[in-house]
Design a binder for this molecule. Sequence first.
Ligand SMILES: [Zn+2]
Ligand SMILES: [Zn+2]
Length: 339
Amino acid sequence: MPAAFVPRLVNPPFGDPGLYVALRHQGRAMQFDLGRLDRLPVGALVKLSHVFVSHTHMDHFIGFDHLLRMCLARDIHIELFGPPGIVANVRGKLAGYTWNLIDSYPFQLTVHEVGTERIDAVHLPARTAFSPVPLPSRTFSGVLVDTPEFVVTAAHLDHRIPCLGFALTEKTRLNVRPEALTALGVPAGRWLNQLKEAVRNGSRDEAPIVAEWRANGMAQTARFTVGALRDQLLIETRGQKLAYVVDTLFSRANLERIGALVRGADVFFCESLFLDADRDQASKRYHLTARQAGTLARAAEVTRLETFHFSSRYERDPVPLRAEAQATFRGELPPDEPN
Ligand SMILES: [Zn+2]
Ligand SMILES: [Zn+2]
């Protein structure tokens, strides 16, 4: 079964952070962090429906202008999530330009400011020169986006400012066995989606599913139960999980939050600005070392660790940065301990 999420880092590891994730079955995409984006083709950028910004240090946010420019004249609606202050940051960027002559532009931006307890949101349509329309606030308990196919969760981490870590989790995949459907003798239809939804929502086994179709001009009906159809027709597969953590201190509190967020990820994208030899620099700047990234990945039992966001001081030889992270991840080097 091909993976639902196709992730790729936008820039090489010494470049700005940014992870582009194509959602294969939906023809759209998500972006984690807005470092420089000009390596992404316009065709990829205009597929973005959701953007998640960890924090607004320049290397994580400078690509906002490029994204805006590429989307401005298009019928696109982007939902952008970021840490406390993100609404002021976005509006500050928008205030840097002159916005007349765009009242026919359909582009819309909704910014969600993720506090520790609630999410405040504001709608910014291009056609009114981005004048803000406040939206109702909602409670935040870890979930940013919840759709029938996937969920995006976030945790507030300490980078001497709040910095968001993210996880994108596909919900359990439900596929129909074609030979079982043929044997059942009922044509595929809306009832299959009702069945999948009932299984996802944990409906009772006895709950009814009614299939209706026409054959030879006659209306046909067949009645089943969720439990019987599930066992007979569906194959359940655990969904894919990606996690993204950047710019954070190796503290006990952060470790706990990252552990809960990242647990069991198929791919864990983690910053590692420094080598263990420079760990004092790392903690002074509220960043991780390669060994700390490996420690986090091993503790969270992820399948693959991909480190990036390397300090330019190692540009001549990045090999040890990767080697240290992977050796710690595999357990060949001892894990680090927070102070
Ligand atoms: Zn930063
Ligand atoms: Zn950074």
